[in-house]
Design a binder for this molecule. Structure first.
Ligand SMILES: C[S@@+](CC[C@H](N)C(=O)[O-])C[C@H]1O[C@@H](n2cnc3c(N)ncnc32)[C@H](O)[C@@H]1O
Length: 226
């Protein structure tokens, strides 16, 4: 069956784009569920490419409703996870969906923006962020903020759709900044990451606004120097 990406075509492109960048209220919750369907492959592949090691402390920026957190935690032993999202609607949903993991203290979820993260320097072994880059308000300083909270030798993974695809879908005209792989690699190198490299993984087709698209996820990784 073809995967679809809209709420039965009930939202206009600007409305859907607004809720993808900052899901709000009841419609935001519905868009969160829609993202779990439409972004399943890119979210799970981000985690696989990140490949956390046992005992890692992981930060995720913009986890939405956090539906895939248990899958990430199943990838190695004794992982701990902190998720931040600036949408109070998404943090609320993620708290409900991950109640047991929160209880066990394996997971923490906070409302915060990438611009100013409420963590000490060198706090995390790795950071993942999927489908958020388009909305970063100030990409250079935002990448440096991620570098600050990573420990030396820690890895940042950014999962995204490339400009060539985004150019084809209407929603990307409303508040999305588009990036080529070269742009993302330059962003990380200029922020001070080393060993920057990108992997791409093809996915099943997805239907956007009545049209079928071939889908590929891009995963750019950078490492913090010692
Ligand atoms: C398109 S959704 C992606 C959700 C999920 N990662 C996925 O791929 O399905 C973008 C998420 O990033 C969050 N977000 C956008 N800008 C952010 C920022 N500056 N700081 C923190 N979260 C942000 C939004 O609230 C939203 O939950």
């Amino acid at each position: 069956m073809t995967r679809k990406f809209n709420i039965e075509e009930s939202l206009s492109a600007p409305e859907l784009a607004s809720h993808l960048s900052n899901p709000d209220g009841e419609t935001g919750k519905q868009v969160g569920l829609l993202m779990n369907e439409g972004n399943k492959h890119i979210c799970l592949n981000s985690y696989k490419v990140l490949a956390p090691k046992g005992d890692d402390r992981i930060l995720e920026i913009g986890m939405g409703n956090g539906f895939f957190i248990p899958e990430l935690l199943s990838l190695a032993d004794n992982l701990t996870y902190v998720g931040v999202d600036y949408s109070s609607t998404m943090v609320g949903e993620a708290l409900v969906l991950n109640a047991e993991l929160l209880e066990s203290k394996q997971v923490e979820l906070l409302e915060a923006s990438i611009e100013k993260l409420p963590f000490d320097d060198n706090s995390f072994d790795c950071i993942a962020t999927t489908n958020t880059l388009y909305f970063w308000p100030d990409p250079g300083p935002n990448a440096q903020e991620l570098l600050r909270v990573l420990r030396p030798e820690g890895r940042l993974l950014i999962g995204y759709r490339e400009k060539a695809f985004m150019d084809k879908i209407e929603i990307s005209n409303y508040g999305f900044t588009q990036y080529t792989t070269n742009d993302v690699e330059a962003l990380l190198s200029n922020a001070g990451f080393r060993a920057v490299q990108t992997e791409s993984i093809d996915e099943p087709e997805l239907e956007f606004a009545g049209k079928l698209f071939e889908m590929t996820g891009f995963y750019t990784i950078g490492v913090k120097s010692i």
